[in-house]
Design a binder for this molecule. Sequence first.
Ligand code: KE4
Length: 424
Amino acid sequence: MGRSEELFERAKQVIPGGVNSPVRAFGSVGMTPRFIEKGFGSYIWDSEGNKYIDFIGSWGPMILGHQNPDVMEEVRKAIFDGLSFGAATEREVDMAELICEIVPSIEMVRMVNSGTEAVMSAIRAARGFTGRDKIVKFAGCYHGHSDALLVQAGSGLMTQGIPGSAGVPEGCTKDTLSAVYNDLDSVKALFEANPGEIACVIVEPVGANMGVVLPKEGFLEGLRKLCTENGAVLIFDEVITGFRLALDGAQGFYGITPDLTTFGKIIGGGMPVGAYGGRKDIMSCVAPLGPVYQAGTLSGNPVAMAAGIAQLKVLKDTPDIYKNLNEKGDRFFAELDKILTEAEVPHCLNHVGSLGCIFFTDKEVVDYESAQTSDTARFTEYFRHMLGQGIYIAPSQFEAMFLSTAHTEEDLAKTLDAVRGFVR
Ligand code: KE4
């Protein structure tokens, strides 16, 4: 038994499923998860010393690669001043000012400790601001594990949300309505059926939790128009897309202004950080300024702020960093698509910038339903082959591939060669 197997056996005795987040268990690919010991640049090493090119990057945060020197230096400096005070600190002000400078729609922002917390809080702020209870989400979009958002994917269109998890009472999802991604009519229908009752529409501006699904032309603009017309808050969940597609995220990339935005991942530089923010009139509802309660012991933690600020500053101050990263992504995913096409492998490759995903289906994947047509058994073969070639991709068809500024042309060439070996 290898070290990962040993560790996994130990872990399963004391941690549910042996992991602290389900996708890490490699369940959908039927393998023992790799226990990772170290990361540097575009690489990670497992507990057996195997080296991998890392295309998960901690599910998005490591856009600069592992152990970026600027981030590590700022963390080193911060830890010697102490780890946590539960008090206001200058770094929190610096972070909030930086986010407001970088993302024009953000007039006021609150730090939290995860994307889940950011979304849960933004939803509460939207409900508190509008005085309305109902919310609209999209089948296939994932917004963290707060009760109201754990509705059965694809359930609930025109009806009350059906809990998608045990332990979530129907009362928590009865006000959650599901719409169809890229289908504005499904959203219009919900507004018509619930006049004056919908507090917000929350959307991943690029779906990245059903695999990668891009917004069709006019979809995001249409959501903006519907929310404005109906007095509902438009929330962009940019936990993945924020500071990734562009410095000002998907809202900058696509030119749409949401009322609130949620962040996570990149904003923490690898440390546990989330944030929500946007229009001052909405955020002014949040305690202690307003009546919407939200709190957190480690919110704005100084070490986490140091990491996040350092990462955002590199992204903000490095000339052409997004142009180069997105062009690298365009070249890589185009070549990946070409290899699969020339090998006549039925597939749909969706990508934007440094985010991408291969679906093993002959359908165009534009929403949750079409994503489900993917041959997940074929994906498992693909995953296992790539892992064996030292390429670490998400152990699930319905996740994304993340490129970083640290991935070299050699890394990408090796990855493409591994794909050629798979299709041969
Ligand atoms: P966290 O609570 O995991 O920090 O963020 C929840 C969340 C919110 N919104 C979006 C768009 C997200 O993608 C996420 C979390 N993303 C997953 C990856 N698909 C995290 C990986 C995991 O669950 O372990």
